[in-house]
Ligand binder design. Structure first.
Ligand code: PEP
Ligand code: MG
Length: 893
């Protein structure tokens, strides 16, 4: 039997697991319908239909008939026809992709109204004003989103109508005013779009469906998807839903609600309600809403029912849900629900709260948070003791402490941030056109709108600081300034500070203090202690869940005792990479310079002799800080020129001395040596194991320092666990030579000190050849540590120091990759080499220890990959250790 595609699902046919096909909104409308909740009847057109439309430019041939069949069924059920003159069925046409993209795509309400049916609606509703208000909204939305008319033109006309009448808000316009407005709107459509506003309801509906399909590919939707890493080929579903009206008078209204506070996670009554209004009014922050709790006084029956439904939804979804609802003349309708976005702090709190309520287990709790959220909680906050001048307070919409120059439009935000300025985007309210400005800004401040306004929702999604609805601030975007209470004027470019956790707005730059989560990791704040807040408690518990679950161990990249101790406090289980070149900076650089430039054996030995005790002392400190835990010390790796004077600078010095006829013998000698050692491509030149092979005594000095330091720690009853790591090996022969020399030195130190040291010797895998011959290399290595920075550089042929600044933006824009391969491991290329090298190494040596120490070791997505390919540990910078622990736990669930 041939497969017949089904492009349309009635709300009674779907369920919450069909998000790929029905989008998030459609899947959840179906789920609520099947839960028996009051959802206005309707149907969903699938993302598959959208994909066909976007690929071919035409809707799939079968779609029209399917839509007709579902529309028929809907009309029968409602007992009226779409746009019927005496009693019209009206529908909304709403977008809904798999992942929520707040305000990014299109919605058209009140489809089915026309010059004729507006009268029928007026009669049926017994309310002429309402009918004309609905009609003007349809022409406005349809004109803007379907016919591409500049929305400002409608807004301005509405403003003019209010001014002419001398009123403040749209509810004060009467039926006659709105009728006039409809005429004006229709004229605008005709002149701007070159066609009449369509009077045929089915034509309205079909055009709106196409407009929703098309809205998948608007610039702002594409930008949002890139930002949120949402794939570009998913398409959107379209929901056609019978209309219910919140604008039928004071016993009607519309609102949004959360089953818990999306900022703190606390259970309670959270949301906003707007009487006598339609949905878009709330989200767009057009009029000021009242707190949801007030609904109890306005309409107790609906309020009670809503509370009941919210409980049903939480128990069903086992998570925070957000909800859009409408009350039509005292009857409650559910228009949308989904598992709600939340702040990073709330995510941790909600996860532990749900565990305590017995709704989810630890494993599930770990899926409710992620490393990016934890990283966000580790950012500093404003110093509460600082004497800052507070000039306003809005709603704490998205946490964080942001300082920057005030700018009043997105264009300036983008321009200034490109030139390196930190900016705060200040707007009366934001709309989807502000997206690039919001991305560019440190934080967002608005004077209107609630927790569910566009600015708040989008900022939370991006993890960007946001204060919204700071009403006492008078934002004047035209004159690019803001007047604060007391009359002070903040001009474009003046520095302000905003606190997204308290909603406070300050003039000037407020100093910041460390986050409580960092204080906790540092051991300066204890869960359960008086000063510990709920957040610290929740993080503490989630870390314990993760540590119990994870198989991967987590080590630190650290080169000094201070970093090592911090890493230990943050939960590091050893050091995975000590870069010894970092020990040769400052005064010691000169010693290395002398070593490199030595003409005679004696000179070279002299500088090695001086370096030895310095290195030894470094290692003693490090082994002490990490007592009992492994410390992988990498022998010197970087290209030599990093230790030599700059060739141009030196040439100038020599030329100057020459022209002044001053003595310059030493400079000249140095210059000649620098010329001799100069490389076109130092990253592929004399570095890593190659240094050890051509500079006699260098690696053996380092090995001796490690061995003697370990012996000293043992003598002091310590437990040093040093591992010696050889960088940039390409063939087992290199490793064998260095290894033989090292073994000999270690034996000498063991004999001299009478201690058995048990120093493991291993190598980095950071060249393709090393990965490809890993089976051979494992014969001479007790461990591998994947250097995925260099491995990415050499596998792709990308210079790690240059490409991110030069052409990666273009690559990202063209979608060649979604994220830099230096940030997240390229699974298919670099990752597959890691996987096969790990397998080959283990088949030679089953107890081969495997780790990774490139930057990817602290990247959430990469950690999951390393877990999957069976590495033993990841190593990352101290501050990323908690993130790696959490993600390793998540990966193991
Ligand atoms: C690597 O190449 O991944 C690595 C850890 O070494 P470095 O970054 O020091 O080159
Ligand atoms: Mg490297």
């Amino acid at each position: 039997e041939p497969h017949v595609a089904k492009f349309v699902y009635d709300f009674t046919e779907g369920n919450k697991d069909l998000k790929d096909l029905l989008g998030g909104k459609g899947a959840n409308l179906a789920e609520m319908t099947n839960l028996g909740l009051p959802v206005p009847p309707g149907f969903t057109i699938t993302t598959e239909a959208c994909k066909v439309y976007l690929d071919s430019g035409e809707e799939p041939p079968a779609l029209r008939d399917e839509v007709s069949a579902h529309l028929d069924a809907l009309e029968q059920r409602m007992g009226k026809k779409l746009g019927q003159a005496d009693d019209p069925l009206l529908v909304s046409v709403r977008s809904g992709a798999k992942f929520s993209m707040p305000g990014m795509m299109d919605t058209v309400l009140n489809i089915g109204l026309s010059d004729k049916s507006v009268k029928g609606l007026a009669k049926q509703a017994g309310d002429e004003r309402f009918a004309w208000d609905s009609y003007r909204r349809l022409i406005q939305m349809f004109g803007k989103t379907v016919l591409g008319v500049d929305g400002e033109l409608f807004e301005e006309a509405l403003e003019r109508a209010k001014e002419a009448k001398g009123v403040q808000v749209d509810t004060e316009l009467d039926a006659a005013d709105l009728k006039k407005l409809v005429t004006a709107f229709k004229k605008t459509v005709k002149t701007e779009a070159g066609r009449d506003f369509p009077q045929d309801p089915r034509e309205q509906m079909d055009l709106a469906i196409h407009a929703v399909f098309d809205s998948w590919n608007t610039d702002r939707a594409k930008l949002y998807r890139r930002q949120e890493r949402i794939p570009g080929d998913l398409g959107t579903a379209v929901n056609v839903c019978s209309m219910v009206f919140g604008n039928l008078g004071p016993d009607s209204g519309t609102g949004v609600a959360f089953t818990r506070d999306p900022a703190s996670g606390h259970q309670g009554v959270y949301g906003d309600y707007l009487q006598n209004a339609q949905g878009e009014d709330v989200v767009a922050g057009i009029r000021n809403t009242v707190p949801l709790a007030e609904l109890e006084n306005i309409d107790k029956a609906s309020y009670d029912q809503l509370m009941q439904i919210m409980e049903t939804l939480e128990n069903h979804y086992l998570d925070l849900c957000d909800i859009e609802f409408t009350i039509e003349r005292g009857k409650l309708w559910m228009l949308q629900t989904r598992v709600g976005k939340r702040t990073a702090g709330a995510a941790f709190r909600i996860a532990t709260q749900l565990v305590d309520q017995g709704l989810i287990d630890e494993t599930e709790a770990l899926q409710r948070v992620n490393g990016a959220q934890l990283a966000q909680l580790m950012f500093p906050r404003f110093d509460e003791d600082a004497r800052a001048e507070q000039v306003g307070r809005g709603i704490a919409a998205s946490p964080g402490a942001a300082v920057g120059k005030a700018v009043f439009d997105s264009y300036t935000a983008v321009k200034w941030s490109r030139s390196g300025e930190k900016v705060i985007l200040v707007r009366r309210e934001t709309n989807p056109d502000d997206l690039d400005g919001m991305i560019a800004a440190e934080g967002i401040l608005t004077s209107r709108g609630g927790k569910t306004s566009h600015a708040a929702v989008v900022a939370r999604g991006m993890g960007k600081t946001c204060v919204c609805g700071a009403e006492e601030l008078e934002v004047d975007t035209k004159r690019r300034r803001m007047i604060v209470p007391g009359g002070h004027v903040v001009e474009e470019g003046d520095v302000i500070s905003i606190d997204g956790s308290s909603g406070k707005v300050y003039l000037g730059e407020v100093p910041v203090v460390p986050s409580p989560v960092v204080e906790y990791f540092e051991g300066r704040m204890h869960p359960g202690a008086d000063d510990a807040d709920e957040l610290v408690e929740a993080v503490h518990r989630m870390m314990a869940f993760a540590d119990r679950k994870r198989r991967l161990r987590v080590r630190a990249n650290a080169d000094n005792a201070e970093d090592a101790m911090r890493a230990r406090r943050f939960g590091a289980q050893g050091i995975g990479l000590c870069r010894t070149e970092h020990m040769f900076l400052g005064d010691r650089r000169e010693l290395v310079e002398r070593l490199i430039l030595a003409d005679t054996e004696a000179e070279r030995e002299e500088s090695l002799k001086q370096l030895l005790p310095l290195q030894k002392r470094d290692f003693v400190e490090l082994f002490e800080a990490m007592d009992g835990l492994p410390v992988t010390v990498r022998l010197l790796d970087p290209p030599l020129h990093e230790f030599l004077p700059d060739i141009t600078e030196l040439s100038v010095r020599v030329a100057l001395a020459e022209s002044r006829q001053e003595p310059h013998e030493n400079e000249l000698r140095l210059l000649q040596a620098v010329h001799r050692l100069h490389e076109q491509n130092p990253m592929l030149g004399l570095r890593g194991v190659r240094l050890g092979l051509v500079i006699p005594g260098l690696f053996t000095m380092q090995v001796r320092a490690i061995a003697e330091a370990a012996a000293e720690r043992k003598a002091a009853k310590g437990d040093p666990r040093a591992e010696i790591m050889i960088p940039l090996v390409g063939t087992v022969q290199e490793l064998e030579i260095v290894r033989d020399e090292a073994d000999q030195v270690i034996a000498e130190v063991e004999a001299a000190t009478g201690t058995r040291l048990k120093l493991a010797i291993g190598t980095m895998i950071e060249l393709p050849r090393a990965a490809l011959t890993a089976g051979q290399i494992a014969e001479a290595a007790e461990f591998f540590s994947f250097g995925t920075n260099d491995l990415t550089q050499t596998v792709w042929g990308f210079s790690r120091d240059d490409v991110e600044a030069s052409f990666f933006t273009a690559y990202l824009e063209k979608g060649i990759f979604g994220v830099s391969p230096f940030e997240t491991i390229d699974k298919d290329g670099v990752g597959s080499l890691v996987k096969s090298a790990a397998a080959a190494g283990r088949s030679t040596r089953p107890d081969l220890k495997l780790g990774v120490c490139g930057e990817h070791g602290g990247d959430p997505e990469s950690v999951h990959f390393f877990h999957e390919v069976g590495l033993d540990y990841v190593s990352c910078s101290p501050f990323r250790i908690p993130v790696a622990r959490l993600e390793a736990g998540r990966a193991a669930t």
